[in-house]
Design a protein around this ligand. Structure first.
Ligand SMILES: Nc1ncnc2c1ncn2[C@@H]1O[C@H](COP(=O)(O)OP(=O)(O)OP(=O)(O)O)[C@@H](O)[C@H]1O
Length: 617
């Protein structure tokens, strides 16, 4: 028997009266036949009602399905109609654009394309970190400084300040620009430092110092652009030393405290050189015991931090660093930026646009308070300035000469030398001047080959490039600086910004693709007011666009343009386009769409930026 029907019957008979045997499982109460018939009838009739309902429901569902299908059909028809219209519209737009484009000159089209690229650059993120904003550090006014120019200078009129700027060809931009000061003595620099500078024949400020130092002493953010070898290092280090001195005088720093400020450099060599300068100036300050000793720390890859443990055991006033190692130290909490107020980037354009951008942003995120930010370089094209400016507070732009222009104290000679004749001709070229001479090549293997060749010919030469160990690099720089070696063969990046004593002659064995690199390379001579010669070898392998950049640069600097360069025509002129320089690299012979730096930037961004030649880390 079906157990459910049994249960049903049991439920329907809630009050069993008799139990014959067992526990009742087999028990079946008696139901009269008439009652059972009635129940059966009722069951059948209810079944009939259900099937009626189901049929109605099915019909309803079928109807709904039909309606849905009709709606879907209609929707698809509508979609197809719209798509056709969009397609037709798109075709019409294209047709219109093609007609408009046909009316435009090649030059106009090129300018439009340039604008698009510029827009893309503009849309890049600001240097200020999101973290910094999230931490609530938001300020709209520059830092307030206690330094004031001497009263007699403050009382001068703005016209008088401008006259002085004009005299030194200093261009400025910004609000409430502090006055230029013509004498170090009027800058209220401590006497021991002045005395040291005098001993190095640094007696009167260079134009970038004359305007940059008072602006930095006043607490202002700065974008400083000036020729290679024009004394930018002093312009950004002196204000940091003064700031550190002020802090130390207020409350001496003890172990675990500091730094007050940091100088960031794109290469180890530059960091090392800047650190040495800072150290010398700090020692000079403390020499007579009138001023406290300020401690500085060099923070870069390739040196062991245990060497610096004696500095870490005291308060640190100044850190000079390359980005990678600095981040490492900050992450390991070797020191903090809790009280750091000053951030300077040397060769700032390189730091921002060549792979270090994220590192810089990361470093900025460690600051816990308002800071003064300074960016210095010899080559900072307008667009990089604009980009950087967004991250600064009411910055003062100090510009001496066009950003990217060559130093006028360098006599530039460009010679056509066949590839196979270069080595032999190099020997001849070395006779042009007495040593020291720097020979530049873009290629590490070529650097090694040139050094080997020179050594074979009995020339005392050292070599430096990114694949050399830190010790080898330091040895080469030291030997060349001390004068024990006559020639240094170098790859471009490894020696950028380096200041060697009175280099007489720079020979560019292979012309770099980017004109900015050329400007930096020839800038190793003709420094601090002295004159120098730069000889550059070019040939069939030099890209025409690079030659055109070179031609315009020579023309701008009033140098002799050799006939083979003069005969190169500018394709932009033929297209009727604008002959403005490239806003990205400052090259005068091409527009942004052909910018070799932009290509290079993209390439480098794809590669790991920690591996850049000259390795910051
Ligand atoms: N006011 C000055 N008078 C004379 N010499 C100076 C003065 N200031 C700096 N110098 C010297 O000029 C040389 C170049 O200075 P520095 O290295 O700061 O140049 P720079 O502008 O940073 O160049 P680069 O762009 O190539 O890095 C140094 O040897 C420095 O001692």
């Amino acid at each position: 028997m079906d157990p459910t029907s049994k249960r049903r019957r049991i439920e329907r008979s809630p009050s069993p009266t008799y139990k014959l045997d067992g526990d009742g499982d087999d028990y079946e109460p008696y139901i009269p036949l008439s009652q059972r018939r009635q129940e059966k009838l009722a069951r059948f009739s209810s079944l009939g009602v259900n099937s009626e309902r189901q049929r109605a429901k099915r019909l309803e569902e079928e109807q709904e399905e039909r309606e849905d299908a009709l709606k879907e059909e209609e929707r698809l028809r509508e979609k197809a109609r719209k798509e056709r219209t969009l397609l037709i519209e798109a075709q019409e737009v294209q047709r219109r654009k093609a007609t408009e484009d046909a009316k435009k000159s090649e030059g106009e089209k090129a300018e439009e394309a340039d604008q698009e690229i510029l827009e893309a650059i503009r849309s890049r993120r600001k240097l200020v970190s999101d973290l910094e904003l999230a931490k609530g550090i938001h300020y709209t006014d520059p830092l307030t400084a206690s330094w004031r120019p001497p009263r007699y200078i403050r009382e001068r009129t703005e016209q008088e300040h401008q006259k002085l700027r004009d005299k030194y060809h200093i261009l400025v931009e910004g609000e409430d620009i502090p006055p230029p000061i013509e004498h170090f003595e009027d800058m209220k620099i401590p006497e021991p430092i002045l005395e040291h500078l005098r001993s190095k024949r640094i007696v009167t400020p260079t134009p970038i110092q004359l305007q940059g130092i008072p602006a930095a002493f006043s607490g202002r953010d700065i974008i400083g652009i000036a020729f290679t070898g024009s004394g930018k290092t002093l312009a950004f280090c002196l204000p940091l030393i003064m700031l550190a001195l002020e802090e130390e005088k207020k409350l001496p720093l003890v172990r675990g405290e500091g730094p007050v400020g940091v100088v960031l450099c794109p290469s180890r060599e530059l960091a090392n050189q800047t650190y040495e300068n800072v150290n010398v100036w700090c020692s000079a300050l403390a020499r007579e015991g009138k001023y406290p000793q300020l401690n500085s720390l060099l923070c870069m890859g390739g040196i062991s931090m245990s060497e610096q443990s004696h500095v870490l055991s005291k308060g640190i006033h100044i850190v000079v660093a390359t980005p990678g190692r600095l981040i490492d130290m900050l992450e390991k909490k070797k020191f903090t930026f809790n009280n750091c107020k000053y951030l300077c980037m040397d060769e700032a354009d390189r730091m921002i646009d060549l792979g270090f951008e994220d590192d810089v942003r990361n470093i900025i995120s460690f600051f816990k308070r308002q800071r003064q930010t300074l960016l210095f370089s010899a080559t900072m094209p307008r667009k990089i300035q604009d980009f950087a400016r967004e991250s600064l507070i009411k910055p003062v732009l100090v510009n001496v000469g066009r950003a990217g222009a060559a130093n006028l104290d360098v006599l530039q000679v460009v010679e056509y030398v066949k590839q196979e004749a270069k080595m032999v001709y190099l020997l001849e070229c070395l006779q042009k001047t007495p040593p020291p001479v720097i020979v530049f090549s873009e290629n590490k293997n070529e650097v090694d080959d040139i050094q080997e060749y020179l050594l074979l010919k009995g020339v005392e030469a050292v070599a430096i490039h990114g694949s050399k160990s830190q010790e080898e690099r330091q040895y080469a720089i030291k030997a060349f600086k001390s004068g024990s070696k006559d020639v240094m063969v170098a790859s471009g990046v490894a020696s950028k910004g380096l200041d060697f004593n009175e280099v007489q002659h720079v020979i560019i064995f292979t012309m770099p693709k980017e004109i900015e690199d050329y400007v930096h390379q020839i800038g190793r001579t003709g420094r601090s007011g002295k004159t120098g010669i730069a000889t550059t070898f070019v040939n069939m392998n030099t890209p025409e666009q690079t030659l055109l950049d070179l031609k315009y640069l020579l023309m701008e600097a009033g140098q002799k343009v050799p006939p083979f360069l003069a005969s190169i025509d500018d394709p932009r002129a033929a297209q009727g386009g604008s002959l403005k320089g490239c806003p990205v690299c400052g090259g005068l012979g091409h527009s942004i769409s052909n910018c070799p730096k932009l290509e290079e930037t993209q390439r480098r961004q794809m590669a790991s930026h920690r591996n850049v030649d000259g390795g910051g880390y």
